[in-house]
Ligand binder design. Sequence first.
Ligand code: C2O
Ligand code: CU
Ligand code: CU
Length: 431
Amino acid sequence: VSAAGARVFTLGIQAGETAFKPGPATRTWGVNGSYLGPTIRARRGEQVELAVHNGLDQETSLHWHGMHLPAAMDGGPHQPIAPGATWEPRWAVDQRAATLWYHPHVHGETADHTYRGLTGLFVIDDEDAEALNLPSTYGVDDVPMIVQDRAFDGDNQFTERIPLAGSLGVIGDEILVNGTLGPYFDVTTRLVRLRLLNASNARPYNFGFSDERTFSLIASDGGLLAGPWETDRLYLSPGERAEIVVAFEPGESIELRSYPSPEYGGALSGRLDGFEDRLDICRFRAADTLSDDAELPAALADAPDLAGATVAAERSFSLAANKINGLSMEMDRIDFGVREGTVEVWEVVNDNGYLHNFHVHDVQFQVLTVDGEQPPPHLSGWKDTVLLVPDRRYRLALHFTDHTDPDMPYMFHCHLLQHEDDGMMGQFVVL
Ligand code: C2O
Ligand code: CU
Ligand code: CU
């Protein structure tokens, strides 16, 4: 029975075949199709109800990454869906407009299941964001871009070959955007908003345009920034999202690329891990006349406000060698409990020099400081996943507002999926 006025979504996880390139089709998994899944969209305040059917011959799950919701609805390792079964999570959407996403989260299988194609966007809308007149016509000037790297073998099948001396997991040499190789987008408006998702298992992207033009970052994982930030590069590690607004000139054609990343280039493992790669992501071809209705206001949203809050507890997290604080994930070990209604400060550090990031379920957090300094503009808004530059200390403020459940944990982990599967994950409960 559905609650009156609830927004109901029916999702079917299935195996299929996808023709990415000439020759044999690629065996893939998808949601309501053979590869990737539909964009789910709901409004703040709405009740959502999903029926997720697992049509595979093995257990999997779907996790709503970035969503504030009860732990039992989270789709993490404790909510597996048996083959042939249907899981029916429901919750009230209670967070700002944001670009969230979904992917499997079965412990030890997240990298494999995600790589096969179980990924989609979950977009939250609200009145505050709609009042802004930002580009917002889906597929026209508000364009989702699910960016993934894949390695194909000689039969056009995905390979999950991990470089022997690499540190991150599978690194592919071909780029898919929304499941398309060699993609282009026909621009019909002066301003275009791109909702970028790094949906790769391991590869970070250092986005920029072929003519070095600047663009405006308007939103991070948890929603709009206080104001646009103009930049010519944007670095996104796996799991992170960003919304950017790009201005186009009539008739032009430019490429969105990923550029080598200065932070990690140079070392042997940096080369194998793809930090030196320059990749074409998507070509943008502007029409000879562009309509011009949307705008980019100077003020977008309230800035995160947890800096002055009373702190109920401080915790530290050291990530190294597939462990967090020396511990490997175990399904029946809960690492700690946080108190409902309190703000905590978590200090997180990448202690082994390889690329890691840090993702927390249930909450959007504020980055208070990085090595004692104010965070850079791209970390000034709400985040649920943050890149950990080696040896820097990230202080995060997290507000656990509700959804107590002493028995059902939320996860925190590195979002390089092989690291997560290998144990770089822990669990907490809200009490
Ligand atoms: Cu996107 Cu725990 O995951
Ligand atoms: Cu998540
Ligand atoms: Cu990691």
